[in-house]
Design a binder for this molecule. Structure first.
Ligand SMILES: Nc1ncnc2c1ncn2[C@@H]1O[C@H](COP(=O)(O)OP(=O)(O)O)[C@@H](O)[C@H]1O
Ligand SMILES: [Mg+2]
Length: 236
């Protein structure tokens, strides 16, 4: 049994230099394969700041992110982001069809070794409960829920090992929220020994459904003491 976390935040800090304000106080947190974590906390408490820092989307002001036991070097950041995928609350889609959006990542340098697989994409579309014609829909004509489903499928087809979900179902209709949860659940269940997720949610019922470990964020402080672990704590 290996005890090396998939991702380890080692005292990561984010500051707003222009106002001299600390957005994220030193946060230390280990995410192991098989972990499903929920983070709750008030609006503006720093949940997105933490998740984006962990995704290495924003520069760290202190600390480091350790991935499979090794600090992530600058040159490895694209590979890291491919493996540790961040899904934002309001997805950004390109003009064009759903399929155009799903094809887009494969044009990027980090994905040169892989190719768009239409059958795989169609399977994910079916799994989300969309009709077969969904791939041909215009992105501009999608509902908020359909746009988020597209954004999630775009990430899932790239086979990430970690999903960082930043309130992905906030302001979505219940049916779309359910589809998002089921897609994430199926991805996690497909390889529990390799996958892990962090779900920022404002909905305690959803947090309970989609995680076993809960953390809270308050005024930029990730609250370790409030962690409740329903399984696995003793063996770590
Ligand atoms: N890039 C940034 N520069 C300056 N301030 C930021 C930046 N990103 C977020 N903030 C501020 O940090 C605080 C936490 O924001 P955020 O993490 O988005 O909150 P939430 O918990 O609602 O996700 C807020 O006061 C926000 O205005
Ligand atoms: Mg947020």
């Amino acid at each position: 049994m290996t005890d090396v976390p998939l991702v380890f935040a080692d005292g990561i800090v984010r500051r707003d230099a222009s106002r001299g304000q600390t957005l994220l106080h030193p946060a230390t947190f280990a995410l192991h394969a098989g972990d499903r974590v929920a983070i709750t906390g008030g609006s503006g408490s720093g949940k997105s700041v933490f998740l984006r820092a962990l995704a290495l989307l924003d520069p760290l002001d202190a600390g480091r992110v350790v991935w499979h036991g090794a600090p992530v070097a600058r040159a490895a950041i694209p590979r890291y982001r491919r493996s540790v995928a961040y899904l934002r609350q309001r997805p950004a889609l390109l003009d064009g069809t759903v399929e155009d959006n799903l094809r887009y990542p494969f044009e990027l340098r980090a994905y040169r070794d892989t190719r768009f697989d239409r059958e795989h994409a169609a399977n994910l579309v079916a799994q989300s409960g969309r009709a077969a014609g969904f791939l041909d829909k215009r992105a501009s004509e999608l509902s908020g829920g359909e746009a988020q489903i597209t954004a999630l499928i775009r990430v899932l087809q790239l086979a990430p090992e970690v999903l960082l979900l930043d309130e992905p179902t906030a302001s979505l209709d219940p049916e779309s929220s359910h589809a998002i949860e089921e897609l994430v659940r199926a991805w996690f269940d497909a390889d529990r020994r390799a996958h892990a997720s962090i779900w920022v949610s404002h909905d305690p019922a959803q947090a309970a459904r989609m995680s076993e470990r809960h953390l809270t964020m308050r005024a930029g402080v990730l609250d370790e003491s409030a962690v409740t672990t329903m399984h696995g704590a003793a063996s770590r």
